[in-house]
Design a protein around this ligand. Structure first.
Ligand code: ATP
Ligand code: MG
Length: 406
């Protein structure tokens, strides 16, 4: 007998007071979006304290795996619904523990009775189911305190529900409940992780990527799109906004003293991202900066770059070490893509030794050599926007590996 439904417990959102319905509705829609396409038979219903996914023969393991990526879900329990008879409950209990008896040594039955008209009370049910399980699996002992396995049994009006597993999910807040934010997404290790963490706190992320063809290749662009697809697993879809950046970089290279190229480049990126944010109704900008990691990520640099806007800039990685960031990148499966060796628009134009302590007055002075407004207008006129879903990955990792073997 396979699980008939999945029971979902919410995490932190259960503390959101009056807003709770807004959070749960959003979570419900996110769950629906994530499952509908691949598992058309599932039926989803949500209530104040729980959400249920009726499987209707869709594969439980696969659906659980999808649900584990959805922020706002704390735990998932596969549930077996049986007829409301003692015999059916016994049989159900035996079947539901069967996959675990190799590893688990002890168990207990924990019954709740929502339907008080049922002819057996909780004590009787605990005892009958317990002895049915213990007789079927002689090495599996009843243990009331700290058993390896707890068989939760609920008697409700429409049947008896049994479950043994509590599977951890992603936690966090449902994507979308915090509003929209623009992620500055390069092809590196850090920015996808920053995107993931932003989604974890409920931000509806849109990716902004600066490309400088022909200095940067179509493969580098595709890599950024593939990273976006990895992030789309957590929200269903992520808009990808490609910004043409070649002209701006050429102008900067021509007109700005070497030590300040990086600072001015970042200021142009930020101005553009902020305009895109405004056009698309975003409330914040996120990037992958981590304090002290490279020249552009000192406090002096941040001050000089940040000066172009008052929009909140969220830096989810600011206090993380590289090893911690890499760990998350591996967990969310972006690491292998990120380390593919495609040229980045910044590294190509940035001289080896940018100023780590740029002076804001000088920056402003140097920038006068550029037609900032004209360049921005031109770049904004050339934006390319596409929606990227989780399945649109072009598997460059395999391709690269293959080429390496030849
Ligand atoms: P990452 O691994 O995210 O590239 P990094 O440590 O390499 O970060 P930088 O290259 O200095 O650091 O970039 C700092 C941040 O600036 C990035 O995390 C990203 O948010 C943004 N950024 C850099 N290059 C681009 C780009 N081509 N398009 C969009 N955003 C970018
Ligand atoms: Mg980078």
């Amino acid at each position: 007998m396979k699980p008939t439904q999945l029971m979902i417990r919410y995490g932190e959102l259960s503390t959101k007071g009056k807003n709770i319905n807004f959070f749960i509705d959003r979570l419900g829609r996110n769950v629906k979006n994530a499952l509908e396409g691949s598992y058309p038979n599932v039926e989803i219903s949500w209530f104040r304290d729980r959400m249920y996914v009726e499987l209707n023969d869709e594969p439980s393991d696969e659906v659980v795996e999808r649900l584990q990526d959805i922020f706002g879900i704390q735990t998932i329990s596969p549930v077996l619904q049986v007829e409301k008879t003692l015999e059916a409950a016994k049989e159900g209990a035996i079947e539901i523990v069967r996959p675990f008896v190799e590893e688990a040594k002890s168990f207990k039955i924990n019954t709740k009775r929502a339907d008080h008209d049922f002819e057996y009370d909780t004590m009787e049910l605990n005892r009958s189911l317990g002895s049915a399980v213990a007789t079927t699996f002689p090495n599996f002992d009843v243990k009331m305190k700290d058993p390896d396995l707890t068989v939760r049994t609920e008697v409700r009006a429409d049947g008896i529900y049994l479950s043994v597993e509590t599977i951890q999910a992603a936690g966090g807040l449902p994507v979308g409940t915090a509003g929209k934010g623009m992620l500055m997404l390069s092809g590196g290790i850090d920015s996808p992780v920053a995107g993931y963490l932003s989604m974890k706190r409920g931000i509806d992320v849109e990716a902004v990527h600066f490309a400088s063809p022909p200095y940067t290749s179509p493969k580098a662009l595709q890599k950024a799109k593939d990273l976006t697809a990895k992030l789309a697993r957590y929200s269903g879809q992520v808009p990808f906004i490609e910004v043409p950046f070649t002209e701006i970089q050429e102008q900067i290279k021509k007109n700005i003293p070497e030590g300040y190229i990086m600072t001015v480049t970042r200021r142009m990126m930020l101005r553009l991202t902020d305009l895109i944010r405004e056009q698309r109704g975003g409330l914040a900008i996120m990037n992958g900066e981590s304090l002290g990691q490279v020249a552009s990520q000192t406090l002096e640099s941040m001050l000089a770059i940040n000066e172009v806007t008052a929009t909140p800039i969220l830096r989810p990685l600011v206090a993380m070490d590289k090893t911690e960031i890499v760990e998350i990148a591996q967990k969310i499966d972006t690491y292998e893509l990120s380390i593919l060796p495609f040229e980045d628009c910044c590294t190509i134009f940035t001289p080896p030794r940018p100023k780590t302590k740029p002076n804001l007055e000088k920056v402003i002075e140097y920038e006068k050599a550029l037609d900032v407004e004209g360049l921005i207008e031109q770049a904004m006129a050339g934006l390319k926007i596409e929606n990227i879903g989780p399945d649109s990955i072009q598997n460059q990792v395999d391709e690269e590996l293959f080429e390496g073997l030849l």
